[in-house]
Ligand binder design. Structure first.
Ligand SMILES: Cc1cc2nc3c(=O)[nH]c(=O)nc-3n(C[C@H](O)[C@H](O)[C@H](O)COP(=O)(O)O)c2cc1C
Length: 291
């Protein structure tokens, strides 16, 4: 039986949903799939050595992979396996395409080959809230693409993927966002009139960056900017500093599906969303393989 590990980080659930879709499809083909949180300490029991292949999954943050995922793969032992990247992002912009460049470089030095990247467009957890039509079109596309992408993983397909210098350059430029988030994260505030002291934000912060002494919240220096705290806050009590105008609070209703419909796509980036929604078969946003 083919054994597949999916190392994933998902701040607000989108990447996890996509990984679960791919897992279900892999299992239907007869694979055994382990889902491993890439936000906890690397555990040798779930090392890539123990699997036939693996995937690294993350939400795109500023055209890059989040720094905790980059740190996580540094703990992998050397190996000579092919693996896959799964990512979710709010828009299909080409600059998201090579957001994996740091992970790919680290794993290449360890002997691994990235065989393909699967890019799923999912609702924005920051910047603006996608409406229900968009969410349903995104989910339809994900459900349609996952069987093809799972089959490729199952068969160990593609390889020799060429990441574009242009995209890698843009991603590198935007790495500044990671440093910026560490600063901005320190300015987050909680409205104590709204806070119900449920402790969710403190418990669930992937960087253990939030402390609460019973009266006051303190935000440390390690914010990823993943938005898990403010997105999931049940009373919308967060103020996220200069990013407040981009805040999205509250889970999306994901699960219904809608065919692409002209005019229902948000105006912003509508050409590339259209291309994404109307693509046939597996993942449509990816770099070329040499073959
Ligand atoms: C700090 C931050 C930066 C982001 N940067 C991008 C980006 O560069 N491109 C994009 O398309 N989406 C971007 N997004 C949107 C997320 O990638 C998208 O909503 C993703 O599906 C969230 O996945 P998750 O629920 O697994 O965390 C960003 C979100 C956050 C919080």
């Amino acid at each position: 039986m083919k054994r597949v590990a999916v190392y994933y980080f998902s701040a607000t659930g989108n990447t996890l949903r996509v990984c679960k879709l791919i897992k279900e499809n892999l299992e239907a083909l007869g694979a055994k799939v382990d889902m491993i949180k890439a936000e906890e300490k690397f555990d040798a029991e779930f090392s890539p050595e123990n699997y036939d292949t693996f995937a690294v999954a993350y939400p795109v943050h500023g055209f890059n992979a989040p720094s905790n995922v980059v740190e996580y793969v540094k703990a992998f032992p050397s190996g000579a396996k092919g693996y896959y990247i799964i990512k979710s992002s709010g828009e299909p912009a080409p600059a998201n395409r090579d957001s994996s460049h740091q992970i790919v470089d680290i794993l290449r030095k360890k002997g691994y080959e990235m065989l393909d990247e699967f890019h799923y467009v999912m609702p924005y957890n920051m910047i603006f809230r996608h409406d229900k039509d968009m969410v349903d079109m995104m989910w339809k596309r994900a459900v349609d693409a996952a069987p093809f992408d799972a089959k490729e993983i199952f068969e160990g397909g593609r390889g020799e993927i060429k990441q574009k210098l242009r995209h890698k350059f843009i991603s590198r430029l935007f790495l500044v966002e990671h440093g910026g988030m560490r600063l901005i994260g320190r300015s987050f505030k909680v409205d104590m009139k709204k806070c119900v002291k449920c402790g969710k934000c403190v418990r669930e912060c992937p960087m253990k960056n939030i402390t609460f002494d019973g009266e006051k919240f303190t935000f440390g220096k390690n914010c990823l900017g993943c938005m898990r705290c403010s997105f999931n806050c049940p009373t919308n009590a967060f103020n996220i500093g200069i990013l407040q105008g981009w805040k999205v609070n509250g889970a999306y209703d994901i699960g219904d599906m809608k065919e692409y419909e002209e005019g229902k796509v948000c105006k912003y980036c509508n050409k590339s969303y259209k291309k994404y929604f109307t693509a046939k078969g597996g993942n449509s946003i990816r770099n070329k393989s040499k073959d």
